[in-house]
Design a protein around this ligand. Structure first.
Ligand code: HEC
Length: 449
């Protein structure tokens, strides 16, 4: 099941023919010049698609900002981009919705450029044609701030010291929430991260969930931050918000991976962006919701997982939507044996549609695939959501620590899980009709142009 590079060795041959042809036929020289060079062709791709992580302060293991830095990695880069393991975007490109707000993947053409550059012997080209060095994000910046400015407030988890060498660790604690807002407010976006610089590296994923109350005891609950490596913040669509009251409690559920270095008194931070005071959004949400690929007790946890040694297994679960809904994002969650997970809709009329599928799952990454507005699944009441998980407990799975083990449900990375975090806003029938009509209108206008 290992992803196979799509370009085989024979790829080099046509290029070789072109090079030889240059000496003989002057009109071929334009084609010969099309052998990509680092400075003119590869650096622009790496600066756009890789540099945000592969810089001295980023989460990538090595910087890729100059010819000298990139050259030793060329072979591995060629492999990783063909296998579509890098940049981290592990969607199946052959099925389901392909338009996502946060798509960082390379185009086929960009992959061809990198691969043929490597196969042509990594020529540097003319350093004068290098693009300017890219502007790099600071590890301390909130990604959401680029769109919405600074957050309205930031809350911090209680400190926890992550030891240098150990298995992965969980930290579950509550903090009070008070004095940050003075009346009911609606959340527009949230983002959670470890503190900069070391906390960012040890915090693998985490959740901060707020349960809050007003003076009459009305309760509102939902996430004020969910983090996962490669995930970024969560911003609700315009006009959609999550209610919070002034007083309550935040539960921090944080999962740390030691990094060979003590990280003392680490505090995760959750940033929250609010709608203006007094604004009441038409669509209300509780953020992402938890779906299991199984009928575990309560339908929540897929906790009857048993994977024999050297086995490949799938499990499926369904949830019927008793209200119409707009799905804004899909984030599969499995552990080291996880290989694939798909999200399908079975409409009330029986039609079945693949919405999204991850086929190169890698537990190191917790990517939330955020649908573009006009393709975000808009599902009528009675639609059934079907989640299918596939685990690979064989030696073919490069992330498998030991294919001779039985694997069961559990919290550790070597145990298994199977669920999805789904960005979902429930709609009443009127809202569903209106959103559907608005979308049809926009699409007709686009097609008419
Ligand atoms: C979102 C951050 C991010 C982006 C964007 C990104 N990388 Fe990575 N890259 C990482 C991290 C983290 C690792 C180590 C973990 C892993 O391999 O998944 C990594 C690993 C790699 C490795 C393997 C290194 C090793 O020692 O095994 C290569 C090669 C690589 N990246 C190349 C690229 C290239 C080329 C691009 C752009 C086309 C890119 N990466 C984009 C974060 C990123």
């Amino acid at each position: 099941m290992k992803s196979k590079p799509r370009f085989q060795l024979g790829y080099f041959k046509p290029l070789a023919v072109l090079v030889i042809g240059t000496a003989l036929t002057p009109w071929m020289s334009a084609a010969a010049q099309s052998i990509p060079t680092f400075s003119a062709d590869v650096a622009p791709i790496l600066f756009e698609k890789c540099a945000s992580c592969h810089n001295p302060e980023g989460i990538g293991p090595m910087p890729l900002l100059s010819y000298a830095e990139v050259k030793p990695w060329a072979g591995l880069i060629s492999y990783k981009v063909q296998a579509r393991e890098m940049p981290p975007w592990h969607l199946d490109k052959t099925t389901g919705i392909q338009n996502y707000q946060n798509d960082v993947s390379l185009s086929d053409e960009q992959i061809t450029t990198i691969v043929s550059w490597v196969e042509s012997g990594v020529p540097e080209g003319d350093p004068a044609s290098m693009p300017p060095q890219p502007a790099l994000p600071k590890g301390n910046d909130w990604q959401t701030a680029e769109l919405l400015g600074p957050p309205d407030f930031v809350v911090k988890s209680p400190p926890y010291t992550v030891t240098a060498n150990a298995q992965d660790q969980w930290w579950l604690r509550n903090t009070t929430f008070e004095g940050l807002i003075d009346g009911p407010r609606y959340i527009r976006a949230t983002e959670l991260k470890g503190s900069y610089p070391l906390g960012v590296k040890v915090l693998h994923h985490g959740h901060a969930t707020l349960v809050s109350y007003d003076e009459n005891g009305n309760r509102a609950a939902g996430p004020v931050g969910r983090q996962g490596v490669g995930k970024g913040g969560d911003q609700f669509p315009d006009g959609t918000g999550m209610l919070v009251y002034p007083n309550g409690e935040i539960t921090w559920n944080l999962h740390y991976f030691p990094i060979d270095q003590v990280v003392a008194n680490e505090q995760a931070q959750a940033a929250v962006w609010l709608y203006p005071k007094g604004y009441e959004p038409e669509y209300q949400t509780r953020g992402e919701q938890f779906f299991a690929a199984d009928f575990g007790p309560g339908g929540l946890w897929a906790n009857d997982i048993i994977l024999p040694p050297d086995s490949i297994k799938s499990q499926q679960g369904v949830r019927v939507l008793n209200r119409a809904a707009l799905i804004t994002s899909f984030r599969p969650h499995m552990h080291m044996r996880g290989r694939a997970q798909s999200l399908e809709a079975v409409y009330p009329d029986g039609r079945r549609e693949m919405l999204s599928r991850v086929d190169k799952y890698n537990h190191s990454w917790q990517i939330s695939y955020k649908f573009e507005d006009d393709v975000a699944p808009l599902l009528p009441k009675g639609t059934m959501l079907m989640i299918t998980t596939t685990w690979d407990n064989t030696a073919d799975n490069p992330n498998n620590p030991d294919h001779r083990q039985w694997v069961v449900f559990g919290q550790r990375g070597v145990d298994e899980m199977s669920h999805s975090w789904i960005g979902i806003t429930y709609l009443n029938d009127d809202q569903f009709e209106r959103l559907s009509a608005e979308r049809r209108g926009r699409l007709t206008a686009q097609n008419g142009q």
